[in-house]
Ligand binder design. Sequence first.
Ligand code: NI
Length: 173
Amino acid sequence: MALLKILTYGNKVLREKSKPIEKITPELVELAKDMLETMYDAPGCGLAAPQIGRNIRLVVIDTSIPDEEEPNPYIMFNPEWEPEADSESVVHEEGCLSLPGIWGDVTRSSKIKVRYTDINGNPQELSGCEGLFARCVQHETDHLEGQLFVDKVSAADRAMNASKLKKLAKENS
Ligand code: NI
């Protein structure tokens, strides 16, 4: 296990579309476990492969409350989601390990279905996902498209964070 370096805003890897994973190899499983360790250390509740410099469709998530609930890690290869029929639009504040110190309100689907491949290569489907977990899945899969939450915040939130974003981008240029 190893801690990985988390890339921050301005690094162009974060803006590239990630490639589907065709075969779950031991190397990829090891990478996913390192991503989980990196995420817990940060600390955060989700991490996508582009954030550690790999443009592949892999995300890790654990939205359990540290020190209060049992850890509940998910490793998802090629994750996809769709809103459930009774999903609504919900606004909540988000942050991102690649955007330290930046926060903003993002509108997401309240209830989703998630499909992914697990570490054994088996297809998995989770229906009726809600709350922080549903939000996290949407945020992390955006990373696989090269999208960041700041792309989706209101003009007011963008303006409020403009100088911090500019500073981060400059550090990474
Ligand atoms: Ni993020």
